[in-house]
Design a protein around this ligand. Sequence first.
Ligand SMILES: Cc1cc2nc3c(=O)[nH]c(=O)nc-3n(C[C@H](O)[C@H](O)[C@H](O)COP(=O)(O)O)c2cc1C
Length: 191
Amino acid sequence: MKILILNGSPRKNGTVATLLKAVAEPITNKHETEWIDVCKLDMKFCTACMACRDKGTCVLPEDDAHRVGQKIQQADALVIGTPTHWGNMCAPLKLLFDRNVPVFMGESPKGMPEPRQKGKRAVIVTACTTPWPFNFIFPESRGAIRAVKEVLHYGGYKLVGTITKPGTKKTNEISSSLMAKAERLGKKLIP
Ligand SMILES: Cc1cc2nc3c(=O)[nH]c(=O)nc-3n(C[C@H](O)[C@H](O)[C@H](O)COP(=O)(O)O)c2cc1C
């Protein structure tokens, strides 16, 4: 199986990257995994021309958004990591998804959304400085998770779980139970 890991964090050894590595750890030797640092990609902004809805692909000159879109199509499962930025997913990841709407969903003749990655599995990882329970009471990490879930939902993915590390301003230390959860979810990516 092919598993694509999309790391939205620019921080190489940050919390999101550490948790993503923990998700990947139990599957790396048995399956084909590919890690992409989304903030290093060369991508133009979506111009909202909506032409992709009919053409099935972005009509902008080819860049990394097209290339990673193909990898998303080819992957059997996704691991998506995003730091919480303004209670949302980070900008590079959002741009990648904006540029790849037709990879995730089509539209029926009546304009109803049609999932294009139905049944594929996914895990979401996030981190934020807001401590528990305020990261959840207010839409901090909850907002980031909700935003990524929206994309996965319209793609038809089966979300096997989410991993959140709140309170990173106070401590970056990741508990052994959270690391264990990451590894558990990594294993659950494989049916
Ligand atoms: C531009 C920006 C916006 C942020 N917005 C939020 C936020 O809305 N809520 C929050 O709790 N933390 C916010 N943070 C803090 C990050 O989510 C936090 O530092 C996180 O641990 C980063 O993870 P990383 O080190 O793995 O990239 C923001 C950080 C940046 C740089």
